[in-house]
Design a binder for this molecule. Structure first.
Ligand SMILES: NC(=O)c1ccc[n+]([C@@H]2O[C@H](COP(=O)([O-])OP(=O)(O)OC[C@H]3O[C@@H](n4cnc5c(N)ncnc54)[C@H](OP(=O)(O)O)[C@@H]3O)[C@@H](O)[C@H]2O)c1
Length: 315
């Protein structure tokens, strides 16, 4: 039996995949969620614990008996260190030995960000740490507005210009997390997690179109258009500014570099664009349309894992 590990953000796309990896490896997993009886119900076979960054009284009970923590900060929160650091202080007091932090690519060059402040706190603490710094996830194309845009309008519309990004598959992040949480061997290491090659949004659109048998186009949106679309989707102003800032970095080429860290940790190449698309085809089928893709692709579907999780998340 492996270590007793608390996974925060356990109902999210990364956390849920980390839970699956850890369970397969025989660890005792405790899955943290604000709603153990709600969203947490999707996580069968693990102990669920109520955990809310906005309720510090939930920290100590969640940390009882825990040796290692997979830390996902509160999403979309520019001040996430304000809740994550008090949680880490409680974790240290509770005897947690190792924290594996889901950070972000390039954060070491952004000292004013919440994630970097959390990294710095860990660097000076007595707790062992491992930082996972992923690039944009491939899975952004499966959910929220991007997933719906492909499914309903056969279109990807973001302000990325013609820049390439070395997108990472969430499953690879989870596999690296599984390694990092298994022992102290990865303590004190920061891993930049990217896919095997930089690809443009045009290439993503072309690949999804080819594999699903319908034309999908990429439209390079302007900042103003993107801001209006995000506002219409209900994003708060601060989040919009933050997202547009990310895309400015994208257009400057900051997300194109390829790292060898996934291969160094896992001993295999990271998942690339073709494989990611092949494994998520059902997500892009318009609602109400029978799932019929091109005859070239159809035989591959026999090998595709059940896409119901992705459907549930994005619909
Ligand atoms: N998307 C990308 O391309 C990208 C790239 C690099 C890094 N990242 C990083 O990845 C992280 C997002 O991971 P994800 O996509 O797995 O997130 P996600 O699918 O949006 O899930 C968010 C998780 O946060 C939990 N949560 C929300 N509010 C909470 C609160 N107040 N207290 C405790 N838990 C709370 C939710 O759990 P419950 O609702 O069950 O409580 C849920 O499990 C972010 O930190 C981001 O910086 C993302």
């Amino acid at each position: 039996m492996g270590a007793r590990i608390l996974v925060t953000g356990a109902t999210g796309q990364v956390g849920q995949t980390v839970v699956d990896v850890l369970r397969r490896r025989g660890h005792t997993v405790v899955a943290a969620t604000r709603t153990p009886g709600g969203a947490g119900a999707a996580l069968s076979g693990v102990r669920l614990v109520r955990f809310d960054y906005d309720d510090p009284s939930s920290f100590a009970p969640a940390l009882r008996g825990i040796e290692r923590v997979f830390l996902v900060v509160r999403p979309g929160d520019d001040e996430a260190d304000g809740t994550a650091i008090p949680f880490l202080e409680d974790a240290a007091r509770a005897g947690v030995r190792h924290c594996v932090l889901l950070s972000a690519m390039g954060i070491d060059r952004l000292p004013g960000t919440a994630l970097r402040r959390i990294e710095r706190w860990l660097e000076t603490s007595a707790m062992a740490w491992t930082f996972l710094r992923p690039n944009f996830f491939f899975q952004i194309f499966t959910r929220d507005a991007l997933g719906a845009g492909i499914r309903e309008a056969a279109e990807i519309r973001v302000p990325a210009g013609d820049a390439a990004l070395s997108f990472i598959d969430v499953r690879d992040i989870a596999e690296v997390a599984g390694e990092a949480l298994a022992s102290e061997a990865h303590a004190g290491r920061a891993y930049t997690l990217t896919g095997p090659a930089p690809v443009t949004h045009g290439e993503v659109a072309e690949t999804i179109g080819r594999q699903t048998g319908r034309a999908v186009r990429y439209v390079a949106a302007g900042d103003e258009e993107a801001a209006l679309a995000l506002a219409a989707a209900g994003f708060p102003a601060a989040r919009i500014t933050r997202l547009l800032g990310f895309y400015r970095l994208v257009r400057a080429g900051a997300c194109a570099p390829v790292s060898g860290d996934v291969e160094a940790v896992l001993g295999r190449s990271p998942i690339g664009l073709e494989e990611f698309v092949r494994d998520h085809l059902q997500v892009w089928v318009p609602i109400g349309t029978p799932f019929a893709v091109s005859s070239t692709v159809a035989p591959l579907l026999a090998r595709v894992p059940d896409g119901s999780d992705d459907l549930r998340r994005c619909r």
